[in-house]
Design a protein around this ligand. Structure first.
Ligand SMILES: [Zn+2]
Ligand SMILES: [Zn+2]
Length: 467
């Protein structure tokens, strides 16, 4: 059978997802994500493709997170002229996510070039600009869940709900090989978590032959949402009682809307007092608007609330802030408030200003609700280092730090094993990607303990022929 998968990126690591499917008549990539790493490696990996983008027949995008969508502008810069297929919600989210990413690249290079100039080194160009990102959006084509589209001569595409973030999918490709049944390849990267608010649980496509699955939390279990809720309520109450502010660094996409939902629920159930909540940052504001416009993709409870004119992201104590002037005004407020702001890892964006202004006051609390990578300000806060540098200046970390790990929108070790089990029927092989090697290895062993399945953990660049 002339079908192969090459694991071009996001293999044995969590960022830069990209996999090339080659059939008799076509070449298709699943995702085209940004690889995150130190600057030189970042450039080397993201600016080169192990195939000619001009020869691709399609790019299929699983969801709007930057580690899956963020390198599409580079792909277009290198000559890709086919279509990028995704759900309508993913397309709408990418309209903001990709230009924002272009803007961040431009800002980063400005900073690099300032240093290069001082050292007499030549200026560098950004990986892509905001304008490049806007050009790339023209190639997006939306396909809804439960529809089939022929995207190449011998390949049909179907999207199932991935339950990970708004618009996320389990991508299913049916490759016609001349035999009676097409070969069914499913791509569950990233895979959502069951029983999360707002979203439906991940669907299980029938008749999968080959499953490419994530393994981010292959060896870790999430705290339960109940535990998280209690911890969050306790933290807010404690901070309010001492007259402090709650600062929450958060990714603008999904995590922000989820935390707004959680706090609003705590207020509704009178577990915490109704204090003002500020969602600060233009990207978070735009993305929340996309959430409202795509309300029909949420779970039944959330849909019902929209149908009854109750917007779960808007209450009279929540203010969404786009303008810098309005953001600056938050510094002068001298009473308990909650500020939710990006970036999630505190490396750029307005959160840095809020941290700078609040980190030295022991009345305040910094609540960490997302993953903080090594060498980021967020990680230094999690480690409770005595002093941290913000905008090049040292600040004493005197605010309380509370870490809540339960808000992840990824399936954890048990969820991944269960999911693999549900896909069994016609399954010939599982490929574990999107995870550090130790996590993938634990997951592989745990799936094997329960089910007799062939599982591999491909290397980056490795190609596998399906048979
Ligand atoms: Zn994701
Ligand atoms: Zn991901």
């Amino acid at each position: 059978m002339a079908v192969s998968i090459q694991f071009c990126g996001g293999a044995r690591t969590v960022t830069g997802s990209m996999h090339l499917i080659t059939t008799k008549h076509s070449k298709i990539i699943l995702d085209c994500g940004l690889f995150q790493g130190k600057r030189d490696e970042y450039f080397a990996i993201n600016s080169q493709f192990p195939f000619n983008p001009q020869n691709l027949d399609a790019c299929v995008l699983s969801h709007a997170h930057i580690d899956h969508s963020g390198n599409i502008p580079s792909l277009v810069k290198k000559g890709f002229r086919a279509s990028v297929y995704c759900t309508p919600a993913t397309r709408d989210l990418c309209r903001y996510m990709l230009p924002d990413s272009g803007h961040i690249q431009e800002e980063d290079i400005k900073y690099v070039n300032k240093i290069n100039r001082r050292r007499g080194m030549p200026p560098r160009a950004p990986l892509y600009t905001k304008e490049d990102a806007e050009k790339a959006l023209k190639y997006f084509r939306a396909l809804d869940y439960d529809h089939t589209m022929r995207i190449a001569d011998d390949v049909d595409l179907n999207f199932y709900d991935g339950g990970h973030i708004l618009g996320s999918t389990i991508t299913v490709l049916d490759v016609m090989t001349g035999s009676r049944q097409p070969v069914r390849i499913a791509y569950a990267v990233d895979l959502g978590r069951e029983n999360m608010p707002l979203l439906d649980d991940p669907e299980v496509p029938p008749g999968i032959n080959y499953l490419i699955m994530e393994s981010t939390y292959g060896g870790r279990k999430h705290e339960t949402l109940k535990e998280a809720e209690i911890k969050l309520a306790k933290t807010i109450n404690k901070t309010v009682n001492r007259g402090g502010k709650v600062i929450i660094p958060s990714f603008a996409l999904e995590r922000t809307q989820l935390i707004v939902y959680f706090i609003s629920e705590l207020i509704r159930r009178k577990m915490v007092p109704k204090i003002p909540i500020y969602v600060d940052g233009p990207l978070a504001v735009s993305l929340t608007q996309v959430f409202r416009e795509n309300w029909k993709y949420f779970d039944e409870t959330t849909k019902k609330s929209f149908l009854e004119h109750k917007d779960p992201f808007s209450h009279d104590n929540i203010e969404y802030i786009s303008k810098v002037e309005d953001s600056k005004k938050l510094h002068d407020i001298d009473k308990p408030i909650i500020i939710i702001s990006a970036s999630g890892m505190c490396e750029n964006g307005r959160i840095q200003h809020h941290l700078k202004n609040n980190i030295e006051n022991p009345k305040n609390t910094i609540v960490v609700i997302g993953f903080m990578a090594r060498d980021t300000l967020g990680r230094r806060i999690v480690e409770e280092q005595k002093t941290v540098r913000i905008f090049g200046r040292p600040y004493d970390l005197r605010a309380e730090v509370v870490v809540i790990n339960a808000f992840s929108s990824h399936a954890d070790c048990d969820g991944l094993v269960e999911y693999a089990g549900k896909c069994r029927g016609n399954l010939r092989q599982i490929f574990l990607v999107h995870g550090e090697p130790d996590q993938a290895e634990i997951l592989k062993n745990n799936i094997r303990k329960r089910f007799r399945l062939k599982i591999s953990i491909p290397l980056r660049g490795e190609a596998v022929y399906l048979r």
